[in-house]
Design a binder for this molecule. Structure first.
Ligand SMILES: [Zn+2]
Length: 446
């Protein structure tokens, strides 16, 4: 990170000008941000990455390396990627520092409910290879895990997440309907071998009884996850060999979920997570569609670009497709064993009754809400309405001049621009692009 020069007066009378400046700064509650990029290995490479494209859009002199992964853009005040304030007239360097100075910017309800912290982290993700299969604990479990194993569970907060597709987005989410799992148990002997005959039979005979099904599903999943490494690696190699041969012979391998299996195996050879595709729904989101990942919902992102918003936490329990720590006992105990269809995993967004340009993605948690703002080409003057919460605004498409009574000066917005807006401030956009504008906004609607 480059250090920005501190604000300096050009006048000889330093003390006087600075005191005027400080007074003016008290009024500045809307400003642009330069956000942190995370170059995790699973990210899309160079300008294939939506993250990289947004970075260049927001800062034309930014250098994107052709061979480097650009996995995540972090728009928030998380200590591992606190956004830089893009206005060197403001004394604080980062958003986190600024919020500590001016906690009223959060809005009174948010400030009280979340102890003076911005409750959410807003992100863009560009996924090239699968992320680990994981679930996030609820608040109660998070506190217990953090107390027992602080090295693996760094804080005591829950971590609900919402992913909204920017491009076609593929992931795994929640347990499949039982008939699908039974179908794979029959069609994939290597999978059946890991689950075992008894557990598989229990699942088969539980159909129609929700409580028994949940119990049987837990038993099946736990049996598989607890297999010795040598056993599941042998079965996986056998399965991959068989599916590869069948594919080469022109056979349809869909009854073994062949394409996805080979793809994940090429990324994570010998990983137990490759078998999870027989338990978990394969979900494909079209742009604008969303997935909400509440507590204890098993999930993995496989490929694509998305907007993500989450509560501020790092607590993740992993189940495979990873080289990181796997906590099988905790994971198998905590999961939500409620079978449901892939289509039921698509989170419904709703039009905002107050504004025809806004679509609301409002999950059942207080920490965050995401709004998609689509300004049609015919509208040249648009007001981003004030809410009683600090918010972060990201431009995905289009250009505008942003004006606010709480901004130091007008701000030019282009694709990739990120604006911090304090609670109860509105921003006027004078749209300059011909085809309208698309923005995403994160805030907390308590
Ligand atoms: Zn997650």
């Amino acid at each position: 990170m480059k250090k920005r020069p501190r604000r300096r007066s050009l006048s000889g009378d330093v003390s006087n000008v600075q005191s005027v400046d400080v007074a003016a700064m008290e009024e500045v509650r809307v400003f642009p941000l330069t956000c942190a990029v995370q170059n995790y290995a699973w990210g899309k490479i160079g300008l294939d990455s939506e993250v990289a494209k947004l970075v260049v859009g927001g800062d034309p002199v930014a250098v994107i390396e052709r061979d480097k992964p650009y996995a995540e853009l972090w728009m928030g005040a998380h200590p591992k990627g606190d956004a830089q304030i893009k206005d060197n007239r403001i004394a604080q360097t980062t958003l986190g520092q600024w919020i500590t100075h001016y906690p009223a910017c959060l809005g009174s309800k948010v400030k009280d409910a979340f102890q003076g912290q911005l409750p959410f982290l807003f992100k863009v993700l560009s996924v090239n290879t699968a992320l680990s299969i994981q679930a996030h604990p609820n608040k109660e479990l998070a506190a217990t895990l953090h107390a027992q194993f602080p090295e693996h569970y760094p804080d005591n907060n829950h971590k609900p997440e919402m992913a909204i597709a920017l491009t076609r987005f593929q992931g795994l989410c929640g347990f499949r309907p039982v008939d699908e799992i039974l179908g794979f148990l029959q069609a994939v002997p290597e999978f059946h071998a890991l689950v075992g005959r008894d557990a598989a039979e229990e699942l088969r005979s539980s159909v129609g009884d929700e409580v028994r099904t949940g119990r049987a599903l837990k038993k099946c999943f736990t049996k598989m996850m607890s297999c010795e490494k040598k056993v599941f690696v042998d079965e996986l190699n056998e399965l991959v060999k068989r599916v590869t041969q069948e594919g080469a012979a022109g056979k349809d391998t869909s009854s073994s979920n062949g394409d996805l299996l080979l793809r994940l195996h090429s990324q994570y050879p010998g990983d137990i997570g490759c078998f999870s595709i027989y338990f978990l729904n394969y979900v494909v989101l079209e742009p604008g569609q969303a997935m909400f990942l509440g507590a204890n919902e098993p999930h993995a992102y496989i490929y694509g670009d998305c907007i993500e918003c989450m509560a501020c936490s790092d607590n993740t329990v992993r189940a495979g497709l990873t080289r990181k720590y796997i906590d099988v006992n905790t994971l198998c105990e905590m999961l939500n064993y409620k079978p449901a269809s892939a289509s039921s995993k698509i989170f419904p967004c709703v039009p905002d009754p107050a504004d025809p340009c806004v679509t609301l993605y409002d999950p059942p948690v207080p920490d965050f809400t995401v709004m998609k703002i689509q300004v049609p080409a015919s509208v040249k003057d648009y007001t981003v309405a004030s809410v009683d919460s600090a918010s972060i605004l990201l431009v995905i498409e289009g250009d505008a001049m942003a004006t606010s009574a709480a901004a130091f000066s007008d701000v030019t917005l282009t694709r990739g621009s990120v604006l911090f807006v304090s609670a109860n401030e509105s921003v006027s956009l004078q749209v300059t692009s011909q085809s309208g504008m698309t923005l995403f906004r994160a805030c907390s609607l308590l």
